[in-house]
Ligand binder design. Structure first.
Ligand code: BGC
Length: 359
């Protein structure tokens, strides 16, 4: 009997070896999860990092979940009609689920209709559609973060720096913080809410502010550099604080300053200190800029956590498995990851946490 079993085991191992597969019992039969992903703009730094995190997590989970995960990532190239066509294509090719980073967050109806009539669930992410749209079908979900939190944390970072050394920031000593604001896209939930909450928080903490200028730079580094050059022309060294809705625009402001008065260290040596600059996202370039003193602080928009939540939710929706502990589905529809403060004190640690092979 024992000999018979050994012979059977040997035969199993040999056939697995010949077919190049691991030995697997019938209960652990491998499956395929096919996910279509469309992003509004593949050149957006935060979005491209989210995509890298999605790929990394999918790779990591293939073994744990004993399945092949196919991710087809498409770029909508800032065009809602292109994205609608991509949804058609995902349906035609038999994808299990679609993950959509809407181009126009107010124009989700076409994608929703296509999804509903084909029975393909959709996880929207990062660009939040209006609640009524999300209510249109019970197979629609949203993964993102609460924008107001990031505005509050950005305001707290500045307030804490003021509490430590107000005179270093209020360089003209008038007791008021003269600031310029760089805003993301008009109509994006994160631009509107971050702009409002950062100022409210600074004021609530007892600091007076004066807005010198406010410009939209569409999340974009080079547009922000142009806007910052204009601010520098109009207000020069009057600018004490640069508040930016994301890291890329904060870096655009830093680029403009560097061209006009050198790096922070060079400027300090020449007696022309930089204004303090604050971003949001904690992208790789943002964290590096914090490490080398170009930014005072940033707020981690957890691309890694969001990517993990998207894939865990995708699996749960398609296969009916429970979500892992720590990922909460609110109202059966929303997963929101918390933001986190990043300053010189914890930047190295955050950098390590966020690191993935693709960086
Ligand atoms: C990020 C920005 C990004 C935008 C794209 C925001 O949450 O902070 O960096 O450009 O999403 O939708």
């Amino acid at each position: 009997m024992k000999q018979k079993l050994t012979a059977l085991a040997l035969f199993g191992a040999l056939s697995a070896f010949l077919s190049g597969c691991a030995v697997s019992g019938p209960q652990s039969e491998s499956q395929n999860l096919k996910i279509g992903i469309s992003v509004y703009d593949q050149y957006d730094t935060f979005i491209s990092e989210t995509v890298s995190q999605l790929r990394a997590y999918a790779k990591e989970k293939e073994q744990d979940w004993n399945m092949t995960i196919t991710l087809d990532v498409e770029d909508a190239n800032l065009n809602q009609l292109t994205q609608n066509d991509q949804m058609d294509d995902f349906i035609k090719r038999g994808f299990d689920i679609a993950c959509i980073n809407l181009v126009d967050r107010t124009d989700a109806s076409s994608i929703i209709e296509k999804a509903r009539s084909a029975g393909v669930p959709v996880i929207f992410f990062n660009r939040e559609l209006v609640e009524e749209d999300l209510e249109r079908w019970d197979q629609l979900y949203y993964v993102g973060a609460d924008a107001f939190e990031s505005g509050i944390i950005q305001g707290e970072i500045l307030s804490e720096a003021c509490a430590q050394d107000f005179a270093a920031i209020d360089r003209n000593g008038d007791g008021v913080l003269q600031y310029v604001m760089l805003e993301g896209e008009a109509g994006h939930q994160d631009s509107i809410v971050r702009t409002l909450y950062v100022i409210n928080t600074i004021k609530e903490n007892g600091y007076r502010v004066e807005k010198l200028g406010d410009e939209i730079a569409n999340w974009n580094r080079s547009q922000a550099e142009t806007k910052m050059n204009q601010f520098l022309k109009s207000f020069g060294s009057e600018i004490e604080v640069v508040l930016s809705n994301n890291d890329d625009m904060a870096l655009g402001a830093a680029d403009a300053l560097e061209r006009s008065c050198g790096s922070p260290a060079q400027a300090r040596a020449a007696g022309t200190p930089w204004p303090v600059i604050l971003g949001i996202d904690g992208t790789k370039v943002g964290l590096e800029a914090l490490q080398n003193g170009r930014l005072l602080g940033t707020v981690l928009n957890d691309s890694k956590g969001q990517a993990e939540a998207i894939l865990e939710l995708a699996r749960s929706v398609v296969q009916g498995t429970a979500l892992p502990e720590g990922i909460e589905l609110l109202d059966g529809k929303y997963i929101r990851l918390p933001y986190q403060k990043v300053t010189a004190e914890n930047v190295d640690e955050i950098m390590l946490d966020m690191q993935i092979k693709n960086w």
